[in-house]
Design a protein around this ligand. Structure first.
Ligand code: FAD
Length: 397
């Protein structure tokens, strides 16, 4: 196990060009803290700011803007890589193996430095629109309609509901002059949630307050209430800070304790656009039939990705958070295998960053780049120094 978190310095951050050059152990948070006050935001950000830049490259992470901006690797200008034979080399987008390094899960070499092009923003706020969608198919149709004008699209899905109803949030960057308080919008006061919700409840207690609902019945009710509130409100527009919009979960300390004592797994699949609504809905029906319903569902829109081990494709992903218990574990793994089968039949994929349940036969079917990746592995690490439990379980190298 190699821990790079001590290699965390931002080597340089250029406010004119928006290029950040950092140690691979610097985090997504380090990058926005260095650049947002100067008008630059992450081109691609996962749902938490804790990952390192090396980890973001290694899984080629996606954000709520994948359909428009692609994966993290598409904004990398150069990687500094320590090889298993003791060299330090630069791997840039023109390099024949750049596509293998982005999303290569650290199996080819150790990324020690990242040069990343940030995105210019004219305000620290986004214009957001929230709208309830009575069905998953309706949400997908709405995302298709909004995609040309939106920078970010994300849908919360109520997996307990037969139609997969939910709430869609579409956001766009503000143009020059659109935010009268642009200069003040980049600071922490605007970006971060206050320590108390509504000035009263300490944020640290928010997850404890959800504790009584931590059961299938409680979550069914919570999902219903959440949708109901949105339905009563109707479509609504508001402005939200980049950090809050992107990393909301980071502001609820201990949210994962909700799944104690067994924890949870996230099962995220990517399905081609033409089959997305039908297939994702039928997978949700499988969950309900198995009596194992995810407590949270998140829908995102994606585009094709140039990486050799690309998880994203032109279509949609649905990430489902399942509680794991001693009683449901076996059935849950079986359920995930059934969903994976349907996904592979439709030409879809899973996502290694989230995977705990996939089988090698499924992965071989849905990752056509694996043979070429193995050749890259032979070029960079013929002795097989770098490996992982996941790579072994899924027979990737
Ligand atoms: C709450 C939460 C929300 C998330 N949301 C999203 C999301 O919206 N979109 C998304 O795409 N992902 C998301 N993720 C997944 C996360 O972004 C990835 O798993 C990311 O790779 C984690 O980075 P890390 O630095 O913690 O790496 P680790 O978890 O430590 O490692 C992940 C992989 O990267 C490799 N690696 C790490 N650093 C290096 C390096 N320096 N050189 C070479 N290889 C390296 C490791 O070997 C390993 O294979 C989320 C995760 C959580 C917990």
């Amino acid at each position: 196990m190699l821990d790079l978190t001590a290699m965390r310095s931002i080597r340089s951050a250029d406010a004119d060009t928006g290029v950040v050059h950092a140690d691979a152990g610097a985090t997504v948070e380090d990058a926005w803290r260095a650049m947002l006050p100067r008008g630059w935001w992450l081109p691609v950000a996962p749902g938490t700011m804790r990952p390192t830049l090396g980890g973001a490259v290694a899984m080629n992470v996606h954000g709520k803007n994948h359909f428009a901006a692609g994966g993290f690797g598409e904004h990398v200008l150069a990687l500094e890589v320590a090889t298993t034979d003791g060299r330090v080399v630069e791997v840039a987008p023109g390099h024949p193996d750049f596509r293998a390094f982005t999303g290569g899960m650290g199996l080819l070499g150790l990324v020690t430095g990242v040069r990343l092009k940030m995105k210019r923003v004219h305000s620290g706020r986004l214009a957001v629109e929230g709208v309830e969608c009575p069905s998953l198919g309706g949400m997908i149709a709405d995302m298709e309609r909004r995609a040309p004008d939106a920078d970010y699209l994300v849908g919360w899905v109520d997996a307990f509901h037969p139609a997969g109803r939910g709430i869609l949030h579409a956001a766009r960057n503000l143009g020059p002059g659109e935010d009268p308080d642009a200069a003040g919008s980049f600071g922490n006061g605007v970006q971060e949630l206050p320590p108390r919700i509504a000035g009263v409840v300490p944020r640290a207690l928010a997850s404890a307050a959800l504790g009584p609902f931590a059961s299938p019945a409680g979550m069914r009710w919570m999902n219903r209430v959440r949708y109901g509130i949105s339905w009563l409100r109707g479509a609504h527009a508001f402005r939200d800070a980049h950090v809050r919009f992107t990393f909301l979960l980071d502001f609820v300390p201990g949210w994962e304790r909700l799944y104690d004592p067994g924890g949870f797994i996230q099962h995220q699949v990517f399905v081609p656009k033409a089959r997305a609504a039908e297939l994702l809905l039928s997978n949700l029906a499988r969950c309900r039939a198995a009596g194992i319903v995810p407590w949270l569902g998140v829908l995102k829109k994606h585009r094709d990705c140039p990486s050799l081990l690309a998880h994203a494709l032109d279509g949609y992903s649905l990430a489902l958070d399942f509680p794991v218990t001693a009683a449901n574990r076996e059935g849950l793994w079986r359920l995930c295998a059934e969903m994976d089968e349907a996904v592979a039949d439709a030409g879809g994929r899973c996502y290694f960053a989230k995977d705990l349940t996939a089988r090698p036969e499924f992965v071989a079917r849905c990752y056509p780049g694996i043979p070429a990746f193995r050749e890259a592995k032979r070029r960079w690490d013929s002795a097989g120094v770098l490996t992982s439990d996941l790579a072994v379980r899924l027979r990737i190298v």
